[in-house]
Design a protein around this ligand. Sequence first.
Ligand code: LLP
Length: 434
Amino acid sequence: MLHENYGINEKGHLTVCGADTAALAEKYGTPLYILDEDFVRAKCRQYKASFEKHFPSGSTPFFASKALSFVGIYRIIAEEGLGTDIVSPGELYTAQKAGFPISKTCFHGNNKTDADIEYGIKAGVGYFVVDGMDELNALDRIAKRLGVVQDILLRITPGIDPHTFAAVNTGRIDSKFGSSTDTGAAEEITRAALSLDNVRLCGYHCHIGSQIFESEPFCRAAKIMTEFSALIKRRYGYEAGIINLGGGFGVRYYDGQEEPDIDSFTAEIAEVIKDTCNKNGMKFPVIFMEPGRSIVGAAGVTVYTVGSVKTIPGFRTYVSVDGGMPDNPRYALYASRYTALIANKASLPCTEEYTVAGRCCESGDLIGEGMRMQSAVRGDKLAVLVTGAYNYSMASNYNRLPLPPIVIVSGGVDRLAVRRQSFDDLIRNELTEN
Ligand code: LLP
């Protein structure tokens, strides 16, 4: 199977964390998001162990909760001792409701409003990751009014396109995020941050991209960030205590993709930073990283019920399911490829090739094309694997489809974590008299 937490039981049904996905679909209805808690915890522990082994004490993985945000996930992340990356007051509020220690958050985003900033400061956010000059000045002004000195990291754009190699190094100067090392903006905002009274500069942050399978771009980013820190030390005498290298570790969505080994990537990154620090007479800083997809991606499976199966001779066979782009917009948005199978026939050979279509009134509402799986008939349960990241968190109510529930499985035992939306939920904020 694609990941070790997936299996097939004696009935020939797909299992996740030992639980029968077809049985869960019967119990909770479809579409259904299933999340393997044991997998999430194991990933958190892998990151923690590697950080302890290769980085200085205090170094922490932060779960990027844009990948999956609901109360229950913040509880799990808190119990595992990771920090969390939040990008909006909505994510912050959800973390608060979960009792997450807000001092262990990084608050991201390229356009935090004054209200967001005030809410974040009052909530006790650990680090604001300041995206640019406007935010820096607003943050200093609001912190002064609230009588606090706020810890910050500066978002730096190291000019890396993770899908190209060293020779092509300028691809990402043009970004809505951060201050570029290449244009001088990074140095300018650092100088400004050092001169302000109500922010305390703790270090730098960068995020080079997502779904990256090679260590080389991370090592290149680590080197540029450490060299930037050295330049600032030479010119202004300030040595950063923290470097946050963002998220981006890739996840296997289909056979043939080779997943990065967390421990060896971490070791390689540590080597580059140590080397660059030694050359520049600096201490190895505390390292943060922000994995999102790699913690929850393969923990998730979505189960649908097959409806119509339509073959257009000479073209293709459409298998339509009872969800679609509202619960998983990633094929419609990015043509992202997934692996799917018929959950109640998982031990049978994959003899068919299907286009899996959603139920929305829109021809682009597809889950995938050319998907090889077992032969499907109306009523079968179709499971899409590796949907734990950027599915629920990107879901919508398009066509007024209620959001599916999330069922968490641990030790083979299931529990409901997020209820299915009702039709009343859909109209909750609508003033029926107007
Ligand atoms: N840190 C920052 C500042 C980020 O912007 C992101 C992702 C992460 C961490 C986590 O990256 P990850 O480890 O999950 O790759 N919606 C897209 C992915 C967008 C990622 C945005 N930023 C998708 O469905 O593929």
